[in-house]
Design a protein around this ligand. Structure first.
Ligand SMILES: *Cc1c(COP(=O)(O)O)cnc(C)c1O
Length: 463
């Protein structure tokens, strides 16, 4: 399997290079040259199979010859053995034809574990083979950092340095990062905002001497391996609800559009998905793109669902590329213009292509709170604010001809303040995570200064 850039100016690469490089050298995103697919019989055959089995079937299609099948099987088995639920991604019914797919049973209680646990094993396998050690530098608004630390702690060929904005993440989120005692983990509390953290990461990647000295890499949501890993739960949940004989729909709390795009990937592979509702909070760039045909940046507002406080959804470029019939020139033009002017007018045909599968719904803070309360009253389920955005969007999108699955992207206990303010109930951590509160924390505090943080990364890599 070869991977091409959405902007068409970079040479095609294999799976391993696509995974390690993240962004293509022309600034585009890697996508497979052709979409692999499963037959109806193969999809039907997933029903009742262990999650890790389906994950291995999916990953093997994308990794092709580059990773031996027995290695793929072992990676998937190990990655999903870290989840605290035997089904890995269990379904919970919330209405006659609506379900939650609980993606939060991994080690950091957020859906990012699903991809990060697999990605860590991919990195370790690839880098061990190349006798190489890389340094992951990532900025987090809360969940990515915890998932990365949990996945990469104690590994031999990867160090991980996480930057988080001081005072702007929840205590639970912070503790998932700062209680890791392994020497290959370094956390930095940056005296600034998430945008400051991201700008510092960007500056570090642009510093060629640092990049080479510490062999810098990123694990953000544009990494195609993460998308592959996320397409798996579309298969497992849909077959449990009657696919491929019956189509299934999804409502996806969205920020960077990685999760919802993974649903598009599953459909390209043959899974009958009737509709994907892209649910946003008041940072509604994606909802407006699907509803109005204009992809235009707005100001970022802080909400109860901070992992979705984003006004530029990196993975949208992958869908755009498909929607303009893989015209790399047009994709490059559109996204270069977006970087400058903050806006793309989606061509009508491309917009129609998107609307065939996707609908966008923006959910207000008030509606999020009301949905949290209503879900608790109607079902007894305490959901988190991100999941509440998905559930509210499902209600508003109206009836569909298929069972609807809301992707439940975080455990309520990861956002205890917001959940308790809405419902009066303080969600407790699962038993296995309760020791988090007693463990010592370890992190550096630095000003939002790129030079100071680059020096810290260099010292960390040399230690
Ligand atoms: C990252 C995240 C999202 C958004 O996912 P995208 O792939 O960026 O669209 C939603 N909910 C939670 C809890 C997250 O951590």
């Amino acid at each position: 399997m070869r991977y091409v850039s959405t902007r068409g100016e970079a040479p095609a690469v294999g799976f391993v290079d696509a995974v390690l490089s993240g962004l293509a050298p022309d600034g585009g995103l890697y996508v497979p040259e052709t979409w692999p697919s499963f037959s109806r019989e193969e999809i039907a055959g997933f029903r009742g199979k262990p999650y890790a089995h389906v994950a291995a079937e999916v990953l093997a299609r994308f990794a092709g010859e580059e990773i031996a099948r027995d290695v793929v099987d072992t990676m998937c088995a190990e990655a999903y053995a870290t989840f605290a639920h035997a089904a890995v991604v269990p379904l919970v019914q919330i209405a006659p034809d609506a379900f939650l797919a609980e993606l939060f049973h991994g080690p950091s209680l957020a859906f990012k574990d699903v991809a990060m646990q697999l990605l860590a094993r991919l990195y370790e396998h690839i880098l061990a083979g190349q006798n190489r050690t890389q340094t992951i530098l990532c900025a987090t608004s809360g969940d990515t950092g915890g998932a990365a630390v949990e996945a990469f702690r104690g590994r031999d060929h990867v160090r991980v340095c996480v930057l988080f904005p001081e005072g702007r993440i929840s205590e639970v989120q912070r503790r998932f990062m700062t209680t890791a005692a392994e020497p290959n983990v370094r956390c930095v509390s940056v005296q600034g905002t998430f945008d400051d953290c991201q700008a510092i990461v960007k500056a570090a990647f642009q510093d060629k001497s640092l990049r080479q000295a510490v062999d810098l890499t990123g694990v953000n949501s544009i990494n195609f391996a993460r998308i592959v890993a996320q397409s798996v739960y579309y298969f497992t949940t849909a077959v449990a609800l009657g696919a491929p004989e019956r189509p299934v729909s999804f409502s996806v709390p969205s920020g960077n559009f990685g999760d919802a795009f993974a649903g598009f990937v599953a459909r390209q592979m043959g899974l009958p998905i009737a509709r994907i509702v892209v649910a946003t909070n008041s940072n509604d760039i994606l909802a407006r793109a699907f509803e109005e045909g204009r992809y235009a940046r707005g100001d970022v507002a802080a909400t109860q669902s901070p992992a979705m406080d984003i006004q530029s959804a990196s993975n949208f470029e992958r869908l755009y590329f498909e929607a303009v019939r893989r015209e790399a020139l047009e994709t490059a033009r559109a996204f270069t213009a977006f970087n400058e002017a903050g806006r793309i007018d989606i061509p009508p045909q491309a917009h129609a292509f998107m609307r065939e599968l996707f609908a966008g719904v923006a959910v207000s803070e008030d509606e999020t709170t009301r949905t949290l309360v209503a879900t608790l009253n109607e079902t007894g389920e305490l959901i988190d604010p991100h999941t509440a955005v998905g559930a509210a969007a499902m209600r508003r999108a109206g009836p569909v001809e298929a069972p609807m699955v809301v992707l439940s992207t975080a455990h309520a206990a990861k956002f205890p303040e917001a959940v308790s303010a809405a419902t009066g109930v303080t969600p407790g951590l699962p038993r296995w995570a309760q020791s988090l509160a007693d463990q010592p924390e370890r992190f550096d505090r630095l000003p939002a200064d790129a030079e100071a943080i680059k020096a810290c990364v260099r010292a960390f890599a040399e230690s």
